[in-house]
Design a protein around this ligand. Structure first.
Ligand code: ZN
Length: 290
């Protein structure tokens, strides 16, 4: 099942692959209307009642719905209480960044005010703005001290994220400022929708790519993560309770602009397309700082 945020309202996205027939365009079924007000309309509210929502959706009549454009979608989880992000979680990226693989996941936050949807224009701050495509995990049930064997039970779904980063702010000073350098307005594009884990043939091995203005910059598979999704949930939840609707940006593969020769940073006319197998793509455009 795919869940999206259409103009601020929770929708189930149905189309080809959902039993509606090949070639069928995606349609959005309004959750509040279809459930007679039991769920939604606020997309954030679904993850607070996830088990009941998915049980309802499994038998609900989703044959109605309206066509929509991705440009009309907002962040699938617009107001997460906690946003975890993991650095250096692919060996080739850790190597290009100049770090040996760590014995624990490098953890920081993207402050939630930076979270935006799948078709946005991000104002470029002064500095060196870089791309990082990442698999984003959405928590569906509180997870505290959860062993890796039960970690997936706490996941509502997966979506695509861009961990946009301004490298000067991020790396200046005696201790790096990862969280600040990655939290400028619009620096957390997510979407286009949340896909439930049962939809994937292998939820632990998904192709992941980033193209900047038509050039392939990153291409890998999520199975190359040093700490996979269950391990991240186990390690993070050993310290913090993970709350419904929380996001985990799970780290980026190699190919970032800061480590290219010559370096390449995002310009106002660039278009960044991020894709993950089984989810789709999100497209971000940029504007000069005003
Ligand atoms: Zn990142």
């Amino acid at each position: 099942m795919r869940i999206a945020n259409l103009r601020g309202r929770a929708v189930v996205v149905v189309g080809a692959g959902d039993g509606a027939g090949a070639g069928t365009a995606d349609r959005a079924v309004d959750v509040a209307d279809a459930s007679a007000g039991r769920f939604g309309p606020d997309p954030q509210s679904l993850v607070g009642d996830w088990d009941a929502f998915t049980a309802w959706a499994a038998t609900a009549d989703l044959s109605a719905g309206e066509p929509f454009e991705v440009a009309e979608l907002g962040a699938p989880v617009p107001r997460p209480r906690q946003v975890f992000a993991i650095g250096l979680n692919y060996a080739e990226h850790a190597a290009e960044a100049g770090y040996p693989p760590d014995a624990t996941p490098v953890t920081f936050t993207k402050f939630p005010s930076c979270i935006v949807g799948p078709d946005t224009v991000v104002p470029l701050p002064e500095g060196h703005v870089d791309w990082e495509v990442e698999l984003v995990v959405v928590i569906g049930a509180e997870a505290h001290r959860v062993p890796r064997e039960r970690a997936w039970d706490h996941v509502a779904g997966l979506t695509i994220g861009q961990d946009l980063s301004e490298r000067i702010t991020q790396l200046q000073g005696s201790a790096p400022q990862f969280s600040l350098g990655k939290s400028f307005p619009g620096f957390g594009p997510t979407g286009p929708w949340l896909v439930t884990p049962d939809e994937f043939a292998d939820r632990d091995d998904l192709a992941i790519t980033a193209d900047l203005s038509g050039e392939r910059m990153q291409g890998s598979r999520t199975s190359f993560m040093l700490y996979d999704v269950p391990e991240l949930i186990a390690r993070l939840s050993a310290v913090c309770p993970l709350l419904p609707g929380d996001l985990i940006f799970s780290g980026t593969p190699s190919g970032i602009g800061n480590r290219r020769t010559p370096q390449r940073f995002i310009r106002p006319d660039d278009v960044l397309v991020s894709s993950i197998e089984g989810i789709g793509a999100l497209e971000t455009r940029f504007a000069a700082a005003s």
